[in-house]
Design a binder for this molecule. Structure first.
Ligand code: RP5
Length: 163
């Protein structure tokens, strides 16, 4: 939890249809016992909600924002433009272009306003959860231990030979 008692991570997404992907970020945070708030914030369907969220995110107590969107995915960049918090962008896999459109919309931020862009789809969402935890772990020794335990468990789970 942040100082204000609010969840430290915001998971936002452009649509309800992004939730199956973004749940991978949520599941990773659950595993590491990191609190989050998940919200639908659409850059084009709910632009006022976007501005209100982005401008108020730091004051709400969030430390990291994970933003997933697909297609013409301007959500992460627009949020990053209105907050100094780190923003992790997840390109959701679109039907028409398999997420290449989402990726290119998010990754090519001009210098000055960064978005930490992850891989397309569920792997990117899971890694966004891990990266958010790693950012928070720089000032939370207990979380750093949980993160290291997760990685050790993952290492132990890899068989030496295929079965
Ligand atoms: C984007 O458009 C969303 O992030 C979603 O990935 C995509 C399609 O949205 P829906 O038409 O499924 O609501 O805004």
């Amino acid at each position: 939890m942040s100082e204000a008692g609010a969840p430290p991570v915001a998971i936002i997404m452009g649509s309800q249809s992004d939730w199956p992907t973004m749940q991978r970020a949520a599941a990773m945070l659950d595993k590491l016992n990191v609190a989050y708030d998940a919200r639908i914030v659409s850059a084009h369907r709910t632009p006022d909600r976007l501005v209100e969220f982005a401008k108020g995110a730091a004051a709400e107590g969030f430390k990291v924002v994970i933003a997933g969107a697909g297609g013409a995915a301007h959500l992460p960049g627009m949020v990053a433009a209105m907050t100094h918090l780190p923003v992790l962008g997840v390109p959701v896999q679109s039907k028409a272009l398999s997420g290449q459109d989402s990726l290119l919309s998010i990754v090519q931020m001009p210098a000055g306003i960064p978005v930490g862009t992850l891989a397309i789809g569920e792997a990117g969402a899971a890694n966004a959860g891990l990266l958010a935890a790693a950012i928070l772990a720089t000032s939370d020794a207990d979380l750093a231990e949980r993160l290291q335990a997760f990685r050790a468990e993952q290492t132990d789970s890899v068989a030496e030979r295929p079965s």
